[in-house]
Design a protein around this ligand. Structure first.
Ligand code: CO
Ligand code: CO
Length: 303
């Protein structure tokens, strides 16, 4: 817990450990089936980020009694489809009456204790690889506010629904030094956690970070900037120094993600092979920066 890792790991034997995690939140999109898929993909991701394989899942549901139960059925169907895609089983769950819908999963996975990927293994000289573009927070806020059509958010939606299953398998096989997933703390926040846990500093190369073009267009308009971005930025600002980065792009580096990609720290000489393998699996992976030696006065340099 002290390193803000993605999930808890409990060793049962020499070659077997369980990975436990829980995640749930209110709808970030209107379509109940889409929301169910996204919430489940997001919850499963913390097991993948640790290098584990999800095996068991339980639903966590809050639902208002005045809403049509068909909405709940669609949410649960979306979640179940993702649980099955992950190769896991739904064992049950718990629901309570509440004024606002909330949905998510508690997930139990298995991992070989020798292959656990914590966020604390990044080494100076490593290359950072990210497996999904960023900007989904800006996009979903704009859709909620009626500033972007649902159809225009298509690529962000399909990214959030995509499991980190293949990314995780390839990352474990390639022998990554460290891994975490990018979620509510934005790219910089999760890179910061990795830097602190690993005792290193991290340089983010913003020009190589893929962003959704819709998100960049939105964030250029101040009225389309979710307040959450400034919240994350202010919280982290004491540890971040920046070079000549355009301000709208800088904002996206702090954008809270839902069901974001895996942020992988990989030895320099093996990084290109990992990128090639990820892309071979159809994953839109790219280099996001590099790991450098610890220096006082900063943790993340944004270039
Ligand atoms: Co996580
Ligand atoms: Co989480």
């Amino acid at each position: 817990m002290e390193n803000a890792d993605d999930a808890g790991v409990y060793r049962i034997s020499e070659d077997s450990a369980i990975v436990n995690t829980l995640d749930f939140f209110p709808p970030i999109v209107d379509d109940p089936y889409d929301f169910g898929q996204i919430a489940a993909a997001n919850a499963l991701s913390d097991v993948y980020a640790m290098g584990g394989t999800p095996r068991l899942a339980m639903n966590i549901v809050c639902f208002p009694k005045e809403l049509d139960v068909e909405i709940l059925n669609e949410i649960l169907k979306g979640g179940l489809d993702k649980i099955h895609e992950a190769g896991a089983l739904l064992l049950g769950g718990h629901s309570v009456e509440d004024s606002e819908i909330k949905y998510g999963l508690s997930v139990t996975g298995f991992v070989d204790p020798k292959k656990v990927k914590a966020n604390s293994g990044a080494k100076a000289g490593d290359v950072l690889i990210l497996t999904k573009p960023i900007g989904v927070g800006v996009i979903t806020s704009a859709v909620k506010a009626g500033k972007l059509g649902y159809a225009e958010a298509h690529s962000a939606l399909s990214s959030m629904k995509t499991l980190n299953k293949a990314s995780s398998r390839v990352m474990v096989e390639a022998g990554a030094s460290a891994c975490t997933d990018v979620t509510g703390f934005g790219l910089i926040g999760h890179a910061m956690e990795m830097a602190k846990a690993s005792g290193v500093n991290i340089v983010i190369d913003s020009s190589s970070v893929k962003v959704f073009p819709e998100a960049l267009a939105l964030v250029k308009k101040r009225s389309c900037r979710p307040r959450s971005i400034a919240g994350v930025r202010d919280f982290l600002s004491g540890d971040v120094i920046k070079g000549g980065i355009d301000e709208p792009l800088e904002m996206l580096m702090y954008d809270p993600q839902t069901s974001g990609g895996l942020l992988i720290s990989m030895a320099d000489e093996k990084a290109q092979a990992l990128l090639d393998r990820l892309r071979g699996e159809g994953i839109d992976a790219f280099t996001a920066g590099k790991v450098v030696n610890r220096e006082d006065g900063w943790r993340i340099r944004l270039e």
